[in-house]
Ligand binder design. Structure first.
Ligand SMILES: Nc1ncnc2c1ncn2[C@@H]1O[C@H](COP(=O)(O)OP(=O)(O)O)[C@@H](O)[C@H]1O
Ligand SMILES: [Mg+2]
Length: 301
């Protein structure tokens, strides 16, 4: 598949059920064209992880995901030695008697005993073209890891002390995401093309729902989206993302709901709000008011 324009990106992603606005399509196009990492920041559930999956699938590339977490260090992101296999090799050599220590050592630290972790795997050649490397939720790691990543992404190479430096012949397509629980360092952002992934507009969210829950009737889909959009204007601890909109629609479908009512909303609020304080705030008269407002927005003028 060749990508020659922003429109190409939009239709390529639409083919994967990913609905992408013009701004995100533009930065994605540029990232692919210029071979620059793409840094996507935004609230949870706005489609940051999903776009990496959609790109990989549309281009027929392998998706390699590095899920970040607190305490993730460079070594475990790049490689590990297979201790168990090394131990067996040592035992076998001992049993055979008179193992040459030097020879054994170099044997134990060769590729046969190397377990590749995402960053190393992403630098390797892959059939069908360079993989998509998704570095997900980078805000969960710490600054030393960011500095390490910056280096790896500058030269597209990683070092295994016992083996040397491994450089990508063809750089991977890199997508980094952050839920912005903290600011990611400028230096890393500067390496990348940046885009803030916002909550979608009503029309776009309805398109997403059509793509992800096509079995829902139009009336219900519109009410669901309008209600969630209203809900996001409320002062909540955690606003619902697109993922919640889709989940909620699916719950309502499973309950054979045809249109929303305050009772149905109260019974299913757990699909869109995940904090008891938020649920307590919205339940009852608030839900009724929001539904009324959502319906007023939907009414033809
Ligand atoms: N633009 C979109 N088009 C289609 N589906 C979307 C879109 N944005 C979000 N989704 C849906 O929402 C879910 C959650 O998105 P995800 O990428 O995991 O969010 P994030 O990584 O931003 O927290 C996805 O599985 C997908 O079904
Ligand atoms: Mg994500």
């Amino acid at each position: 598949m060749t990508i020659d324009s922003i429109d190409d990106v939009q239709s390529m992603l639409a083919g994967e059920g990913y609905i992408c606005g013009r701004a995100l399509a533009t930065v994605t196009f540029l990232s692919l064209k210029l071979g620059r990492p793409l840094f996507l920041e935004g609230e949870a559930g706005t489609g940051k992880t999903e776009i990496a999956k959609a790109i990989a699938s549309a281009l027929g590339r392998k998706l390699i995901r590095l899920q970040c977490y607190e305490g993730l260090d460079a070594a475990s992101a790049v490689y590990e030695w297979n201790f168990a296999a090394q131990m067996i090799a040592i035992r076998t050599a001992e049993a055979a008697g008179g193992a040459d220590r030097k020879a054994l050592q170099s044997e134990l630290f060769n590729e046969d005993f190397l377990i590749e972790r995402p960053l190393l795997e992403a630098m390797r050649p892959h059939e069908g073209g360079a993989p998509v490397l998704l570095i997900d939720e980078i805000d969960r790691t710490d600054e030393p890891f960011e500095a390490f990543l910056l280096e790896a992404l500058s030269d597209f190479q990683v070092t295994v002390p016992e083996l040397g430096t491994i450089k990508a012949q063809e750089p991977p397509i890199v997508i980094l995401t952050s839920n912005r629980t903290r600011e990611v360092h400028d230096a890393l952002k500067r390496r990348c093309l940046y885009h803030w992934v916002d909550y979608p507009t009503f029309d776009r969210e309805l398109d997403i729902l059509h793509a992800r829950a096509p079995e829902a009737q139009e009336t219900l889909s519109k009410e669901v989206v309008a209600f969630v959009q209203k809900l996001r204007t409320e002062d909540l601890f955690k606003k619902p993302g697109v993922a919640e909109t889709i989940d909620w629609a699916k719950c309502l479908l499973a309950l054979d709901v045809i249109d929303l009512s305050p009772e149905v909303i109260a019974d299913t609020l757990g699909a869109i709000l995940k904090y008891q304080d938020d649920i307590a705030r919205i339940e009852g008269s608030e839900a009724q008011r929001l539904l009324k407002e959502a319906r007023a927005d939907l009414a033809p003028v």
